[in-house]
Design a protein around this ligand. Sequence first.
Ligand code: SF4
Length: 331
Amino acid sequence: MLFILHTLQSSKIFNRYLAIPMQLSDYVNTFGQNMLNKYGERIHKISINANLSCPNRDGTKGTGGCTFCNNASFNPDARKPSSISQQIAAGRKVIRKRTGAKKYLAYFQAYTNTYADIEQLKSLYDLALSESDVIGLSIGTRPDCVPAPVLDLLADYQNKGVEIWLELGLQSAFNNTLKKVNRGHGYSEYSHAVQQAHARQLKVCTHLILGLPGENTRHYKTSLSRVLDEGVEGLKLHPLHIVKGTQLAREWRRGEYSPLSLEEYVMAAVDLIEMTPADIIFHRVTGTASNDILLAPQWCSKKWKVINMITQELHQRNTHRTPLKLDAYAM
Ligand code: SF4
């Protein structure tokens, strides 16, 4: 017995569990746990590149895009996307092996996934939903790009029992910052989009970036306060990371921008988590880019380390937030 204990104690696995005896969902209403509660099984997002454009790149709003944007940073196949069913097949294979999930949301992630003719959008969304194990859609887009017909379409799906999330990239509630990073929209477009989505009982997941140029914890907290005051069902937090081929990379090389340290990010993310009511679902508390294009900060590529540190910090601060079931917009 003593020998077994000694063997376990000296194993890396035992040490890892000793170091991290808790998990994020003990402290945070995570998307994965929320889906498990709602559907009784694991539901995972599969990332889709529908080969759409972005009004901030094609000249409608701007041509350069956001200063931090290289779409390959969140899209493994940015140049030549395969068909939607092929992408779902590939995602399903990997996710099923890694997590055991057997049902999925098609996450239209790359570029602006409401920026096309409504018939084209419908056929893309229908294609994803035609897969028998795809039970919903998560649609990533800009706040100035969600016209009424698109919201009506999403509400139609939801009324038929499809799990629908509208993911709005706000990043900051400060218009100066949005201008500095060339977002091409301000806070008012976000506010309008949320109101229009909520008028149709659509769930909104808002994306916020920590570490935008000129911002500090006070800005992140103010942005989150405004988002919470507006009303939101989900949040995604991630650190600003610098990827190749972007304006931000040039600013970083000239010494005009420094990314957050890991410790700064963890402390700020935990501050925001602590401010957030427990019924709001965190779809993500960190993010990164693929290694071939990530320039800095290198720590953000170690996703599990960041998550574990956030969990540890929540534990240290003794924040025990009992996750609630999503009710306001439950199907
Ligand atoms: S809105 Fe999104 S896709 Fe368009 S330039 Fe900005 S980050 Fe890139």
